[in-house]
Design a protein around this ligand. Structure first.
Ligand code: DOR
Ligand code: ZN
Length: 352
């Protein structure tokens, strides 16, 4: 008998959609299954004000249009926008944007930590005023948790961030709702568990499926390069245990990060793995392998909404254990090529 599982419609609490042709290509992939997705603000230029977020949101309008949207499911999709924090963030605009439901959260990128983070925060003390306001109004702070000190090894940057920045921040803002995004280490799992629900964490499906051997043994695979970088197997095992633990503070966030093929397959490639085309199927593969399919719904469809204080989705999707072949590539309407995770290979699970 074919295995199948029906779960409440999931949400993606961390995704990159970009703008223009790339957004028109990837947003329908997410909208196919996810009810909502937190849309990252690291655009060029970054989304730093409520007015910019209002403009950005309009780019998603084509999904709601019955003429251009292919499927009824896509029309239900809601992007949740975030504010890119800078040293100069205006706390009033931030709070007003949250009150007006333009912003669902604010994102802390340490300056130069990752793609388009040059305008990020140079010292977390510079945003203490904004954090004070966020704590007061219950606005979530989403964190890219890596230090940028060139002296710190790239594989240690998450742990050092926890020790040097995040732990003190927790002490200074005990009531601030924090999501540690895309955790990649056993150290992050331990830190988040120790906060007992005050700190949430998203876990990507590529960090669950891969360790650094997959990226580097037998040839370098640029489409597995992302930030925070994929770690050794011990960390992958800890992440898989956390995601399937049933702990309410771990939830789904793909960090699906599309880059044009020529920006990945080059001498100095961009960071980002594109999983938006088959994300829920890939998570199902992990939960199945861990014997934890009964916990997929909590991780994918319940925990995140509860952490954000939002209602869960009111409809369902069904996954079946039936292989699907991933296309070799996707082509945007301007001709740009995008190489998806598992390009040309199969995933064991499909959406019915
Ligand atoms: O791999 C990544 N890609 N990590 C990030 O933090 C940013 C993202 C992107 O925007 O491409
Ligand atoms: Zn991201």
């Amino acid at each position: 008998m074919t295995q199948r599982i029906t779960i409440r419609r999931p949400d993606d609490w961390h995704a990159h959609f970009r703008t223009g042709a790339m957004l028109r290509l990837v947003a329908p992939h997410h909208a196919r299954v996810f009810g909502r997705a937190i849309a990252m603000p690291n655009l060029v230029p970054p989304v730093t004000t409520a007015a910019m977020a209002r403009e950005y949101k309009k780019e998603f309008d084509f999904l709601a249009d019955e003429q251009t949207s292919r499927r009824a499911d896509e029309r239900k999709f809601t992007p949740l926008l975030t504010c890119y924090l800078t040293d100069g963030t205006d706390a009033d605009d931030l709070a007003q944007g949250y009150e007006d439901k333009i912003f669902a959260a604010a994102k802390l990128y340490p300056a130069h930590a990752t793609t388009n983070s040059a305008h990020g925060v140079t010292d977390v003390k510079n945003i203490y005023g904004a954090l004070e306001r966020m704590q007061k109004i219950g606005m979530p702070l989403l964190i890219h948790g890596e230090v940028t000190d060139p002296a710190v090894d790239i594989f240690d940057r998450e742990k050092t961030f926890i020790d040097k920045i995040l732990a003190p921040l927790r002490r200074d803002f005990p009531g601030l709702k924090i999501v540690m995004e895309h955790i990649t280490t056993a150290d992050a799992v331990d830190f988040v568990n120790a906060q007992n629900g005050a700190v949430g964490a998203t876990i990507t499906v590529h960090h669950l499926l891969l360790n650094r051997n997959d990226m580097l043994v037998g040839g370098i695979r640029p489409h597995y390069y992302c930030l925070p970088i994929i770690k050794r197997a011990r960390h992958q095992i800890a992440l898989r245990a956390a995601a399937t633990s049933g702990n309410a503070w771990f939830f789904l966030g793909t960090d699906s990060a599309p880059h044009a093929r020529d920006k990945k397959e080059t001498a100095c490639g961009c960071a980002g793995v594109y999983t938006g085309h088959a994300a829920i199927e890939l998570y199902a593969e992990v939960f199945d392998a861990e014997g934890a399919l009964d916990r997929l719904e909590n991780f994918a469809s319940i925990n995140g909404a509860k952490f954000y204080g939002l209602p869960v989705n009111d409809d369902t999707i069904t996954l079946i254990k039936q292989p699907q072949t991933v296309p070799d590539k996707f082509i945007a309407d301007d001709g740009m090529e995008l190489i998806p995770f598992r390009a040309g290979e199969t995933t064991p699970w499909s959406v019915a």
